[in-house]
Design a protein around this ligand. Structure first.
Ligand code: 1HE
Length: 260
């Protein structure tokens, strides 16, 4: 697939660095970018990606829905409904696709940009990163999954407050709320380190972590326990895991120690 709005750097160890590449538009998500994200995340596992870093070109991660395109297109309700379903297709492919996605955040992570980031498995922020849902001020409503994913991250009351008042979160407070898991000086460099670490896991194990946990969240406790047992039955008996287990049994495998 040829990409006009994404840069895709496939590294030999299976780490892909995917960059939203409309810096002059603050990486606003036009319809074409959404289609490219659908295509990329639909094929990533089959095309050999072991982990993906999702970054933005320029000083901002993503300014959300392309408001100018939306304004010019003057979409009907049905057209915007269908567009939102394509956003969901892209972000569900990310979240449920089985390949770890690490978002390297900076600057604005707002509106649909926060919806995109919240579909990643790990979010890494830097000191410039800030999070907001300006839809309320623009006369809009979230359409790319924020009511589900952002609410899961920070809870309903904070989500409603962000939308009603335009509240902005950043820095340590954003980390403590769960909008990102890491706050570092250089988010891209750290996201690549994390991606490389993820890529050392067995692909089937990562597939389970990056799809089963999300599916299991949608189930009743009884069904979730059953599904977990089923996934563990497949993952924990994979032949490739035997080598790692043997290393542990032979005392050559790594031991887990506290951070020094
Ligand atoms: C855009 C967009 C955009 C910038 N759509 N073109 N999202 C928002 O409400 C965020 C809107 N954007 C901003 O608040 C600011 O642009 C930023 C804080 C992201 C960046 O500020 P700044 O000063 O660096 O840039 P700028 O001068 O505001 O914008 C530079 C250019 O990017 C300019 O284009 P130009 O052709 O005049 O140079 C802007 O028009 C363009 N640009 N953001 C289109 N979002 C499925 S529903 C999802 C609902 C939503 O996501 S609502 C959108 C929320």
């Amino acid at each position: 697939m040829d990409y006009r709005n994404l840069l895709v750097d496939r590294q030999p160890d299976g780490v892909w660095i995917v960059t939203l590449n409309r810096p002059e538009k603050r990486n606003a998500l036009n319809a074409e970018t959404i289609e490219e994200l659908v295509g990329l995340f639909s094929c990533a596992m089959k095309d050999g990606a072991r982990a993906i870093v999702l970054a933005g070109a320029g000083p901002h991660f993503c300014a959300g829905l392309d408001l100018v395109e939306h304004h010019k297109a003057d979409r009907s309700p049905a057209e915007f409904w269908q567009l939102c379903l394509r956003w969901h297709e892209a972000f569900n492919k990310m979240e449920y696709g089985g390949v770890p996605v690490i978002a390297a955040l900076k600057g604005a992570v707002v509106g649909g940009g926060l919806e995109l980031a919240s579909a990643a498995h790990i979010r890494v922020a830097d000191p410039s990163t800030y999070f907001a849902l300006p839809e309320g001020q623009r006369g809009l409503f979230t359409g790319g999954g924020a009511t589900i994913r952002v609410t899961n991250l920070i809870g309903k009351a904070r989500m409603v407050d962000m939308m009603l008042t335009g509240r902005v979160y950043q820095g340590q407070e954003a980390i403590e709320l769960g909008l990102a898991q890491y706050l570092v000086e250089a988010s891209l460099a750290h996201a690549v380190v994390l991606a490389r670490r993820c890529a050392e896991n067995l692909p089937l194990t990562n597939f389970a972590i990056c799809s089963a946990i999300s599916h299991i969240q949608n189930m009743s406790a009884l069904d979730a326990a059953y599904a977990e047992a089923c996934v563990a039955g497949v993952v924990n008996t994979q032949p490739e895991a035997r080598v790692r287990l043997e290393d542990f049994a032979n005392k050559s495998g790594p031991r887990i120690r506290p951070n020094s």
